[in-house]
Write a protein that binds this ligand. Structure first.
Ligand SMILES: NC(=O)c1ccc[n+]([C@@H]2O[C@H](COP(=O)([O-])OP(=O)(O)OC[C@H]3O[C@@H](n4cnc5c(N)ncnc54)[C@H](OP(=O)(O)O)[C@@H]3O)[C@@H](O)[C@H]2O)c1
Length: 416
């Protein structure tokens, strides 16, 4: 966006954490000549930092205001967000959104609407807040084949996992602390069960590999069943457990997408992503591996990503989705995943088609094993696994199984 004398007008939907952040950044940068036309919110009787005249309560007022050059959709309701964005794209307008759920679940339609009506949708803030990963993948790496994009994409679950690792407190204690500090929602389900990271991963997959995949099609396990014993075992081999989302070009040109708790060894950059931070690794065919770390949420960090999109869109930028034409079919369901599993009792694992099972302990109160299982079988048995409170985590390639076994035996012996 150039410094300008003439004004351009933005209509904003939502004035919560992100809406306020964007507003502050617009006010701090008057040289760019962006004027807030109006802000549409939901609740009439709510105390706000701006006078009542700044707000409207009817989305139609903004949607039909022809003086507005660009829109920011920053509301918390994904269904209503879709209605708003759909309407704007059908009118050929330019809109910036932070709503990962809305984008990930409707990407096919949103692409088609842009193509049909000529509108523009940008959504950098939807993936890892302030980290400019979508534009990096779409623009810079738009012409280079990628091998893998993986990351810690959810700050709430990472905050909890860091607390478990550094302070040895329980999952429930860490969750309560995260909620008290505003790093986790009152209802943390979407974060701890992996859905938030999954939505971001699906957006990443579209730009990095050209495949538009609905979140429901992807293997996704959360970290909510983690126990101090899992953390201690990881520590014993110098690893941390992180919730890792990855998109990988697998054998036979298949794309393998998954969100799983994972043992991350200290040599991996994701090991350094602690607390509420996000981190993404991009492995490109010619550029090699690159790593970005930053704030994945928060008013100003996320507002900054929205602001960057607004500036880019006003300068004529739109995503290229350049890999879409060359996208390959198939998503690696036949692939095998190497897992660490902990269950309260052996009987819970009896009906699971686990292969190459190696028991880590002969303790009778709970069972820890490492094993392998195909992605399709894991998905098929997911409900049973979740209901039984079984914790699963993927094991890194190159992990020394003997070392893990020795570490677990040592831990077990220290208790008997
Ligand atoms: N918070 C973050 O750090 C972060 C990071 C990345 C992405 N995001 C995404 O950004 C979006 C906004 O998140 P947030 O944290 O700013 O949410 P928030 O603090 O809960 O604020 C939500 C805002 O949306 C408004 N709203 C809700 N339903 C509406 C409707 N039907 N019509 C008009 N306005 C409506 C609310 O109005 P009232 O003020 O009247 O209640 C409120 O102003 C979400 O999609 C979220 O996933 C957030």
């Amino acid at each position: 966006m150039k410094i300008r004398n003439d004004k351009r007008r933005i209509g904003i939907f939502g004035f919560g954490c992100v809406g306020q952040g964007l507003y502050d950044i617009i006010q701090a940068n008057p040289q760019y000549g962006l004027e807030v036309a109006s802000i549409c919110v939901k609740t009439r009787n709510k105390q706000r930092s701006l006078p009542a005249s700044a707000f409207s309560y009817d989305p139609n007022q903004l949607l039909h205001d022809e003086s507005i050059d660009i829109f920011a959709e920053l509301i918390s309701d994904a269904d209503e967000a879709l209605t708003i964005v759909r309407h704007l794209l059908k009118a050929g307008k330019t809109v910036v959104s932070a709503n990962k759920k809305m984008v990930a679940e409707n990407l096919s339609e949103l692409l088609q609407l842009q193509q049909q009506y000529g509108g523009v949708l940008l959504y950098e803030a939807a993936v890892c807040g302030s980290i400019p990963i979508v534009r990096l993948l779409d623009s810079y790496f738009g012409a280079e084949p990628l091998k893998q994009v993986s990351g810690v994409l959810n700050g709430s679950s990472n905050y909890i996992l860091s607390k478990l690792y550094y302070e040895g407190i329980s999952y429930q204690e860490a969750l309560a602390q995260a909620q008290a500090l505003g790093f986790a929602e009152a209802d943390p389900t979407l974060d701890v069960q992996g859905n938030d990271a999954l939505n971001k991963l699906c957006i990443v997959a579209a730009h990095a590999f050209g495949q538009v995949v609905h979140p429901e099609e992807v293997l996704c396990f959360g970290m909510q069943h983690i126990h101090a014993e899992d953390v201690a075992l990881a520590q014993a081999i110098g690893a941390k457990i992180k919730l890792v989302a990855s998109a990988q070009q697998a054998a036979g040109q298949q794309l393998r997408l998954q969100v799983l708790p994972a043992f991350v060894l200290s040599g991996n950059e994701l090991f350094t992503v602690d607390a509420e931070f996000n981190g993404v690794q991009v492995e490109a065919e010619f550029a090699g591996t690159q790593f970005l770390k930053g704030r994945g949420a928060g008013s100003h960090p996320t507002g900054s990503a929205v602001w960057a999109d607004v500036a880019a869109a006003l300068s004529g930028f739109r995503y290229s989705y350049s890999k879409k034409q060359t996208a390959t079919a198939g998503r690696g369901e036949t692939e095998v995943v190497n897992l660490y599993i902990r269950a309260a009792e052996a009987a819970l694992l009896e009906n699971l088609p686990l292969q190459e099972v190696l028991s880590l302990t002969d303790a009778t109160h709970q069972v820890q094993v490492i094993c392998s299982i195909s992605v399709s079988e894991l998905r098929k048995h997911q409900e049973v696994i979740e209901k039984a409170g079984i914790f699963v985590a993927s094991l890194p390639i190159g992990l020394n199984k003997e070392e893990l076994l020795a570490a677990s035996t040592e831990r077990y012996l220290s208790f008997v």
